[in-house]
Write a protein that binds this ligand. Structure first.
Ligand code: GLY
Length: 356
């Protein structure tokens, strides 16, 4: 199974995609560090035995986050930092982020700011975290006014991606991750997109060959993009395809109705409609992309959400630069472009079409 190198200015590291790798975590741990495993009680109950085995007897402290997008806030980070100092944490300590994307983002942020920065190893346990959140060093928490508005870039020492951990993942979480994989295909890899179209039954049945392939492709794409542009000055912005709209939807529903991948699925639909209406992509290609997103559904209902409220949130989103929202729009399957200056009326139309 493959290992991808993520080459960033702070350091280079491996994203290892391999069945069973979580059970060999000790091989990736520095010798002397005191280890703090950041997880949730739920993840630990279901998957903790795998990491216990992987730590191979290395002493470790368990730190629990509350879990849930609505709890991805600053207060739990402070509480965990207090616990770390009480339990002997110091500058030589190491954090292991063991959980889904929220845990990886928060564990990474805790590591980024504890004693001005200690290392983190990410072990993602959901599909979405394996293909996106755990790779690339984005860490942070939400504000009431928006998603991930406090955070920092803090690249991990390593990312251990074990597809075997997905066998017990709830169906809804699994589908949410599949939409992030579709995103990877749409933005950069037509072959991955067409594989997802043609092998949907195998993918949904979690056949190991299919699962391993689509995870490996997505991690390769993420590693390439982050290596080219760690801090999102240019190319990395393509990873936000569907996210600008999706974040608005999550915030508008107070982070309670949609999993992140579900919001991104809806956001991709809005971006595709916008791509077509603004003349960047052909109607035929857009229909193909919209069909693929729908076929991996359904997502939660969209009733009661006002298009105008989503538009207002977009304008406040952190990706608004000097008052102008930047959109990642499709050009064709496998290629996107970054566009600003689209009239609000056109954006509103696209939102309304995606809500319909
Ligand atoms: N999830 C988008 C990024 O890592 O840049």
């Amino acid at each position: 199974m493959p290992t991808y190198r993520v080459e960033t200015p702070p350091h280079s590291y491996s994203a290892v995609v391999e069945r069973g790798v979580a059970g060999r975590t000790a091989e990736y741990l520095p010798a002397q560090s005191k280890i703090f495993v950041v997880t949730t009680e739920d993840v630990w109950r279901h998957q903790g035995h795998t990491l216990e085995q992987g730590l191979a007897g290395r002493a470790h402290e368990l730190l629990y986050l509350p879990g849930g997008e609505e709890n991805k806030r600053l207060a739990p980070i402070e509480a965990l930092a207090e616990q770390m100092t009480e339990r002997g944490g110091d500058r030589s300590s190491l954090v292991v982020g063991f959980g889904g994307g929220i845990v990886n983002d928060m564990a990474g942020f805790l590591a980024a700011i504890f004693m001005r920065g200690i290392p983190v190893i990410q072990i993602p346990t959901t599909l979405l975290a394996q293909v996106d959140a755990a790779v690339g060093g984005k860490t942070g928490v939400n504000l009431v006014s928006g998603k991930n508005l406090i955070g920092s870039f803090h690249q991990p020492l390593a990312v251990l991606i074990d597809p075997a951990m997905l066998e017990t993942l709830p169906e809804r979480e699994y589908r949410a991750g599949l939409w992030e994989i579709l995103k990877s295909g749409i933005i950069r890899d037509a072959a991955l997109f067409h594989y997802l179209q043609r092998h949907r039954a195998d993918v949904l049945a979690r056949k190991p060959d299919a699962v391993d392939r689509i995870i490996a492709d997505s991690v390769r794409i993420k590693a390439e993009v982050v290596s080219a542009d760690e801090k999102e000055g240019g190319l990395r912005r393509i990873l936000n395809f569907g996210h600008t709209f999706g974040h608005a939807l999550e915030a508008e529903t107070e982070y309670r109705r949609f999993l992140h991948g579900e919001a991104v699925a809806w956001g991709m639909r809005a971006a595709i409609y916008l791509g077509e209406r603004s003349g960047h992509a052909s109607a035929e290609q857009c229909v193909e992309m919209l069909d693929a997103i729908r076929e991996y559904g359904p997502g939660p209902p969209l009733d009661g959400i006002a298009a105008g409220n989503l538009l207002a949130r977009l304008v406040r989103d952190k990706k608004a630069v000097q008052g102008s929202v930047h959109f990642v729009l499709p050009v064709r399957i496998g290629e996107v472009t970054i566009v600003s200056g689209i009239p609000e009326r056109t954006v509103l139309d696209a939102i309304q079409s995606a809500l319909a």
